[in-house]
Design a protein around this ligand. Structure first.
Ligand SMILES: O=C(O)CCC(=O)C(=O)O
Length: 233
């Protein structure tokens, strides 16, 4: 319990400076054993649990978010453990506790196009990385006369395996994020704004090969209902 209280009040020291509010980066949020357990469980899921997209595949746990609402499903205990660990940080308030986990799998050279997470979710997004680092890139949303223009890359975060990233407020609402399709990433300290919070000491210009990465995006879906099954009459 003491540990939990300590974690709750401590994440503010992990704020990423020099970027709009708010982003927090916690290295080694989970242990190597926990990381191995997550990878094992995700890979043990039956094939139909995966949704195959053209450039990556994913699993939804807790339900499938939909503009009309999400039919809530129980999150299995092995995964709920990490949802609780994040809830215990106090980043979500009691009415918006996380109830959904999206697991993305990226092979080296796979990524995700620039997007924002939008109104399906409460505007706090938390992501645990497993198996590999990646670089998450941010673009300011430019919206003139309702026309979305191509935005320029503003800054990026280096996400180490076992780390937790928390995004909220302006970074959630006014910025797009993406992961470039690359086999390796080059450390550029002027654009990677969380480099001082990382657990390793990276060198300027260092190239780091990507491996298979699983990201667990843990959030709150506001509109949910429970499916009532009727048996017989
Ligand atoms: O893999 C990540 O860290 C980002 C995932 C993401 O942006 C999403 O699924 O919307």
């Amino acid at each position: 319990m003491g540990d939990e209280n300590e974690q709750r009040s401590n994440y503010s020291k992990n704020a990423i400076r020099q970027v709009p509010p708010s982003a927090y980066y916690i290295p080694n949020f989970i242990s190597e054993d926990e990381e191995k357990e997550i990878i094992k469980k995700v890979n043990a899921a039956p094939l139909p649990k995966w949704t195959q997209l053209s450039h990556r595949r994913l699993q939804n746990w807790g339900g499938i978010p939909h503009p009309k609402g999400m039919i809530a499903e129980k999150i299995p205990d092995w995964l709920q453990k990490y949802v609780d660990k994040i809830s215990n940080l106090g980043v979500f308030d009691v009415n918006t506790l996380p109830n959904h986990v999206l697991i993305n799998e990226y092979l080296p050279n796979q990524g995700i196009m620039a997007h924002s997470d939008g109104p399906l979710f409460h505007p706090t997004v938390t992501t645990i990385s497993c198996g590999s680092h990646t670089v998450l890139e941010f673009y300011k949303r430019i919206n003139t006369d309702n026309v979305e223009k191509e935005a320029e890359l503003e800054f990026s975060f280096f996400l180490e395996p076992r780390s937790l990233l928390i995004l909220q407020n302006e970074l959630y609402s006014n910025y797009l994020h993406s992961i470039a399709e690359r086999k390796s990433d080059i450390i550029t300290k002027c654009s990677i704004k969380n480099i001082d919070l990382c657990s390793n000491d990276y060198k300027e210009g260092q190239a780091i090969e990507r491996e298979t990465r699983l990201s667990l995006t843990i959030r709150h879906v506001p509109k949910t209902s429970k499916l009532k099954l009727k048996f017989g009459r």
